[in-house]
Write a protein that binds this ligand. Structure first.
Ligand SMILES: Cc1cc2nc3c(=O)[nH]c(=O)nc-3n(C[C@H](O)[C@H](O)[C@H](O)COP(=O)(O)OP(=O)(O)OC[C@H]3O[C@@H](n4cnc5c(N)ncnc54)[C@H](O)[C@@H]3O)c2cc1C
Length: 435
């Protein structure tokens, strides 16, 4: 199979890259499961954006503060400056962002010093993905292959020429002038994660195997408020936990320990709130704390957070009346495949976008709602760079002699990643990695 561009992954980063590539390019997108089986589809809270030019400095400062001032300042300035353009593009595509009589409705989340997050109720990811998927389906130059697993990259002399894919137990080569990896984060290697089951760090595994430069692998984010459920089976290798979005705290939710006492300011950065909750659970011996939304108007809660309301109700918690049991859970990966500000990796012809990449904008801790924005801004930049360079790029088809079997590759990747991250997170949440 020969293409101009091969994109691995159909989350926001993969889809938005495809839509920003020239329409005369022949593009193949492959994805491990169904097109919607991605973290992007689960995103709740929203997408951050600067409110106006005057907000750029403040946005950057908030992101730096949350990231422990370890952020890449050049990439971060780009993120801030290009944020509104990309939100406008989504609006032009008819993403149904919530509005009020002043225009877009902006909410607030932890460590943002102002309301600057656009949202579609509490299911922003679904709304954005549905729009991007319908746009991709309109394009004749984009083919999407579902249930197609990328097992490895085809590399010769520090240049990427394609990938080996597996579909229906059959392995085959896909050759392309340019390859974009958009395989998402690493949730699947943790015992409890908010991530979709398809998100298992495959891009990082391919990078480690092929000596592609990676960055900040020790920066894994644990979200403070996953919906707490007693563990039912110790045999489960990775359990998907329902997220209770930070925007609930942004709208006034309060955290209490099991003795009914407040113990932390709710809108501090995620790593700080997570650490405070873990300290509290150690002190009290109760493995969760409570999020209280009951002071807010019940009807408002139901209309603003319909998905969370329904999901909690399935577990006998009515968020308008009951306290919500919450505990920290693996959520996001700040590190990843090292890329420049056009999302180009250390390997020629290989671009990496979204959560699998590391642009450095997050530093050691991501500011809420900055990851969808990062996926948009830097996948567009990747596409623009590819559009301008592809005429000078040749399609080569080196033979691959190795044979690939899905289970063998998956198991080998999994044990490699578990070893790597146990080592990287030594003493720091490493016990939350699957055995
Ligand atoms: C519950 C939840 C809520 C969130 N809420 C927000 C929010 O409100 N705001 C925000 O900014 N961020 C949020 N995030 C984070 C954000 O959703 C993700 O960081 C972002 O969507 C990542 O997009 P992506 O395109 O890089 O990866 P994903 O959307 O995860 O897509 C990865 C894709 O790669 C495919 N794939 C993986 N491995 C392979 C392989 N080997 N072969 C083929 N395909 C493969 C997957 O099937 C999938 O299609 C949330 C995350 C979660 C889990």
């Amino acid at each position: 199979m020969n293409y101009d561009v091969l994109i691995v992954g159909t989350g926001v980063a993969g889809l938005y890259s495809a839509l920003n590539l020239d329409s005369n390019l022949n593009i193949l997108m492959i994805t491990k499961g169904k097109i919607t089986e991605a973290n992007s589809y689960l995103a709740q809270g929203g997408i951050s954006t600067v409110r106006s030019k005057d907000d750029i400095t403040c946005f950057i400062e908030d992101t730096l503060k949350a990231g422990g001032y370890e952020n890449d300042i050049k990439a971060l300035s780009i993120l801030a400056k290009e944020s509104r353009y990309n939100i406008k593009t989504l609006l032009d595509m008819k993403v149904p962002f919530d509005k009020n009589n002043m225009g877009l409705s902006y909410t607030r989340e932890g460590a943002h010093s102002t309301n600057r997050i656009v949202h579609c109720k509490d299911a922003t990811g679904k709304a954005v993905m549905d729009t991007l998927i319908s746009e991709v389906k309109k394009r004749d130059n984009i083919t999407v292959l579902e249930d197609t697993y990328c097992a490895d990259l085809i590399i010769r002399d520090n240049c990427c020429y394609g990938a080996v894919a597996i579909k229906n137990s059959e392995s085959f080569n896909i050759y392309a002038k340019v390859i974009i990896l958009a395989t998402g984060g690493i949730g699947g290697i943790f015992k409890n994660t908010t991530n979709a089951p398809t998100v298992t760090g495959d891009g990082i595994a391919m990078a480690l195997k092929n000596n592609i430069e990676v960055k900040d692998l020790n920066y894994v984010q644990f979200h403070p408020t996953g919906f707490y459920q007693k563990e039912t089976s110790i045999e489960e290798t990775s359990r998907q936990v329902f997220l209770i979005s930070e925007s609930l705290r942004g709208e006034g939710g309060k955290l209490y320990n099991s003795q009914g006492k407040r113990f932390v300011k709710e809108l501090l950065p995620r790593d700080v709130v997570t650490e405070a909750i873990l300290q509290e659970t150690k002190k009290t011996g109760v493995p969760f704390v409570y999020l209280d939304m009951t002071e807010l108007d019940g009807e408002y809660l139901k209309s603003r957070f319909p998905t969370i309301y329904e999901e909690c109700l399935k577990n006998n918690i009515d968020i308008t009346k009951d306290l919500i049991p919450v505990a920290p859970v693996q959520h996001y990966f700040m590190g990843g495949i090292k890329v420049d500000t056009n999302s180009k990796s250390s390997l020629d012809n290989l671009y990496c976008v979204g959560e699998t990449s590391c642009t450095g904008i997050h530093g050691k801790n991501r500011l809420a709602s900055n990851s969808l924005l990062e996926a948009l801004v830097f996948s567009r930049r990747a596409a623009l760079k590819i559009n301008s360079d592809i005429l000078n790029t040749q399609l080569l088809t080196p033979e691959v002699t190795e044979t690939f079997d899905f289970k063998t590759v998956e198991n080998a990747n999994r044990s490699m990643l578990i070893n790597e991250f146990k080592h990287r997170l030594r003493g720091n949440y490493s016990e939350s990695i699957s055995c």
